[in-house]
Design a protein around this ligand. Structure first.
Ligand SMILES: NC(=O)c1ccc[n+]([C@@H]2O[C@H](COP(=O)([O-])OP(=O)(O)OC[C@H]3O[C@@H](n4cnc5c(N)ncnc54)[C@H](O)[C@@H]3O)[C@@H](O)[C@H]2O)c1
Length: 403
C-alpha cells in the first residue's frame, strides 16, 4: 500500500463505513482498531458488523489496496477519531477513548495536518484535545488544523446516508474549518455547513435531545390519558389534524445508543440550564418503569379474577421496531423487571429479529400469543401488526400495535 493520506482511529459502525467510502475515492486509508479480531477480519476483506453494502465496499477497498487495518497508527496527513463515547456511572460522558486515540496519534502529527473528531462528544472536547496535543507537542502550536464533524447516519442505511446527508463542520479556527470542509467535499454530496467546534459538538447533542424531548411529550400524554380514560392514539391522531401540531407516538420508553444517551452529555455539564432535556430523560425512563408496574398489576388482577397464575407473553426486546439492536432498550429493561417479579407464572419472551439470546429463552411470536393469558406489546414489530386483536385475552399495548 502507498503512503496513507488518512488514518481512521476506530473501525466500528461509523469508522469502518467512513473508511471504506474514503478508500472508494482512491484515497489510501490506514484503519486502526484496538481489537485484533476487527483488524484481521478487515484485512481478510471481510466485515465484523452488519450493515447493507458495507461488505462489498470493504472487500473492494482492501483488494485494491486502498484500505488496510492495523492495531497501531502510522504517519498520514489526516487523522479521524471515531471511537466510542459511552457514559459512566451518574450518566457522565466518558471521553477516555477519544483521549486514548488522540494520544496514539500525537507523536505522528506534523505541521499542517488535519485532526478531526467524529465521535459524539460533550461540548468543549475538541478544545480539550487541542490543549492536550499542544501541551505534548508545543512546537506545533497553532500549526495544526483541528475540527469536529459529527455523524448522523441511520444504521441500516449508512452507505447511502454517509454520502448524501448534510454535515456540520466546526473547526477551532476558520482555517481548520475550511481544511475539514475541503476534505469531506471529496466524498460527500450533502451540503457541508461551516461553524465552530463547540457549536458542531452541541448540534449533534441537540439533534438527539430534541427527539428525546418530543417523545417524552407523547409519553407524558400516554400517562395522563391512561388515568383520564382516553385513548392516547386517537387523541394524538386528532390533535395532529391541527396544521401546526405534530405530536410523536408514545412507546414503552426511549432506547438505543444515541437518543437515550446523548442528552446526558448536555445535562451532566449544564444541569441548572437543561431542565426540559433532563426532565424528558426522566419521563422516558419512568415510562418503562410504569409499563413494568402495569404488567405487575395485570398479573395480580388476573390471579384475583381466575384464581390461577397467568401465562404472560412479552412481545419484543429491541429498542425500536424491526431491528435486532437491544442497546439501552426499554423493552429489554421491562422484560428484566417483570421477570425479577416472577412468581411461578409462565413467561414467553418474543423477539422475532433474534434467533438466540444468552439471557432470555425466546419463543416464536405465534406460539406465545396462543399460549398467553396476558399479552404485553413492547415493540411494534411488523410481525405483531398483522395479528388479530385477541378478544379473549388481556392485552397491554404499550407501543400502538393495534392503534
Ligand atoms: N453507530 C451509530 O449509529 C452512530 C451514529 C452517530 C454517531 N455515533 C458516534 O460515533 C462514535 C463511534 O460509534 P460506533 O457506533 O462506530 O462505535 P463502535 O463501538 O461500533 O466502534 C468503535 C470502535 O473503536 C474501537 N476503539 C476503541 N478505542 C480505540 C482506540 N483507542 N484506538 C483504536 N480503536 C479504538 C473499538 O474497538 C470499536 O471497534 C460514538 O461516539 C458514537 O456515539 C454513532
Amino acid at each position: 500500500m502507498n503512503k496513507p493520506e488518512v488514518v481512521m482511529i476506530g473501525l466500528g459502525y461509523i469508522g469502518l463505513p467512513t473508511a471504506a467510502l474514503i478508500a472508494q475515492n482512491k484515497t489510501f486509508v490506514h484503519g486502526v482498531d484496538i481489537n485484533p479480531h476487527v483488524v484481521d477480519t478487515i484485512n481478510a476483506g471481510n466485515i465484523h458488523i452488519i450493515e447493507p453494502e458495507l461488505d462489498i465496499a470493504v472487500a473492494n477497498a482492501v483488494k485494491e489496496g486502498f484500505l488496510k487495518a492495523s492495531t497501531t497508527p502510522v504517519a498520514a496527513n489526516i487523522y479521524l477519531i471515531v471511537v466510542p463515547t459511552p457514559f459512566k456511572a451518574k450518566n457522565e460522558p466518558d471521553i477516555s477513548f477519544v483521549e486514548a486515540a488522540t494520544r496514539a496519534v500525537l507523536p505522528l502529527l506534523k505541521e499542517n495536518d488535519l485532526y478531526i473528531i467524529e465521535s459524539t462528544s460533550p461540548i468543549g472536547t475538541t478544545e480539550k484535545m487541542m490543549a492536550l496535543i499542544y501541551s505534548e507537542r508545543p512546537e506545533l502550536k497553532d500549526k495544526l488544523n483541528i475540527a469536529y464533524c459529527p455523524e448522523r447516519v441511520l444504521p441500516g442505511n449508512v452507505m447511502y446516508e454517509l454520502v448524501h446527508n448534510d454535515r456540520v463542520i466546526g473547526g477551532i479556527d476558520e482555517k481548520s474549518t475550511d481544511k475539514a470542509v475541503a476534505f469531506y467535499k471529496q466524498f460527500i454530496k450533502g451540503d457541508l455547513h461551516k461553524t465552530n467546534a463547540r457549536t458542531a459538538e452541541m448540534c449533534k447533542l441537540v439533534e438527539n435531545s430534541s427527539r428525546d424531548v418530543q417523545i417524552a411529550f407523547a409519553n407524558e400524554l400516554s400517562l395522563i390519558c391512561d388515568k383520564a380514560n382516553i385513548n392516547v392514539w386517537e387523541l394524538i391522531d386528532l390533535a395532529n389534524k391541527h396544521p401546526r401540531v405534530n405530536i410523536l407516538q408514545p412507546g414503552c420508553g426511549v432506547g438505543g445508543h444515541c437518543i437515550a444517551v446523548d442528552p446526558y452529555f448536555i445535562v451532566s455539564d449544564y444541569p441548572m440550564e437543561s431542565k426540559i432535556i433532563g426532565t424528558a430523560r426522566e419521563i422516558n425512563n419512568y415510562k418503562s418503569f410504569w409499563c413494568a408496574e402495569k404488567v405487575q398489576t395485570a398479573k395480580l388482577e388476573f390471579e384475583l379474577k381466575y384464581g390461577r397464575k397467568p401465562n404472560i407473553a412479552l412481545m419484543g426486546l429491541s429498542f425500536k421496531p424491526n431491528i435486532d439492536d437491544l442497546r439501552e432498550s426499554p423493552a429489554k429493561y421491562i422484560a428484566q423487571k417483570v421477570l425479577q417479579n416472577a412468581n411461578n407464572e409462565e413467561y414467553y419472551i418474543v423477539e422475532p429479529n433474534i434467533k438466540e439470546h444468552k439471557v432470555f429463552k425466546l419463543t416464536d411470536y405465534k406460539e406465545a400469543v396462543e399460549k398467553a393469558d396476558i399479552i404485553v406489546f413492547l415493540v411494534a414489530h411488523k410481525e405483531f401488526k398483522i395479528l388479530e386483536t385477541p378478544i379473549d385475552k388481556v392485552v397491554l399495548d404499550f407501543c400502538g400495535v393495534f392503534k
